[in-house]
Ligand binder design. Structure first.
Ligand code: CA
Length: 231
């Protein structure tokens, strides 16, 4: 499979390249966002490894561009732990991230896991259930969409899964750990506090439609639940 490495530090790109080629992949490398967009448009690329700090644009903006046209899996590389919240908090639909320095072998293992999930996903989920109504929420699993008071919410993949878990079990209190298991394929890779980041974003999106309502209840030190009687 062709894997595009977008990374301006050549030593890192070379290490990744080498590790991927030992797995039988065909690594391609470019240093700028502009080159990356050209390569993505002209080649059949099955996976993207994207550095957040590029010379001509930041990885988040490039990701936004990329998501307009393709759903290729993306793994972010970030130099600073402080960027992690942005990587997972933004509604970009990244599949995973790694903080530098990392071991190329670990990266290859992550790539393998993401590709395996991507290839298994359609078989694990047979027929999507029809849209289900819960109070003011309408979950449309077939289209991975949730409407609130008839208005479709623009949710990232993780926000969708989190809110769906809450909507499908109104009143049930979930711990952060339980929510992580609902929303992430591999919860060990993520951090519990990222749940808080996503819940905050979901709340903001619900509030944008209904300023006065706050159907998500925080259970301090534990987790969250959805209260349908509040909306
Ligand atoms: Ca860089």
């Amino acid at each position: 499979m062709k894997i595009l490495i977008i990374e301006d530090e050549s030593s890192i790109a070379e290490n990744i390249s080498y590790a991927l080629s030992t797995e039988g992949h065909e690594p391609l490398w470019c240093e700028t966002g502009r080159e990356a967009l050209e390569m993505l448009a002209s080649q059949d690329i099955g996976f993207v490894i994207l550095d957040v700090g590029l010379p001509d644009m930041n990885g988040f903006d490039l990701m936004r561009e990329l998501r307009k046209t393709c759903g290729t899996p993306v793994l972010f590389l970030t130099a600073r732990a402080s960027e992690i919240d942005r990587v997972v908090g933004l509604e970009l639909g990244a599949d995973d991230y790694m903080v530098k320095p990392f071991s190329p072998r670990e990266l290859v293992a992550r790539v393998r896991a993401i590709l395996r999930r991507a290839s298994q996903a359609p078989m694990e989920q047979p027929a999507p259930s029809p849209a289900a109504l819960q109070g003011p929420f309408l979950v449309d699993e077939a289209r991975c969409m949730i409407s609130y008071h008839g208005e479709p919410l623009e949710l990232s993949r993780y926000e969708y899964r989190l809110l769906r878990a809450l909507v499908e079990n109104p009143g049930r209190v979930f711990s952060r750990e339980q929510l992580m298991r609902k929303a992430w394929e591999d919860p060990d890779m993520s951090l519990e506090r990222t749940i808080d980041t996503h819940i905050k974003t979901i709340r903001r999106k619900l509030k944008a439609l209904r300023e006065e309502d706050d159907p998500i209840i925080t259970h301090r030190g534990f987790g969250y639940s959805l209260n349908l009687t509040a909306v």
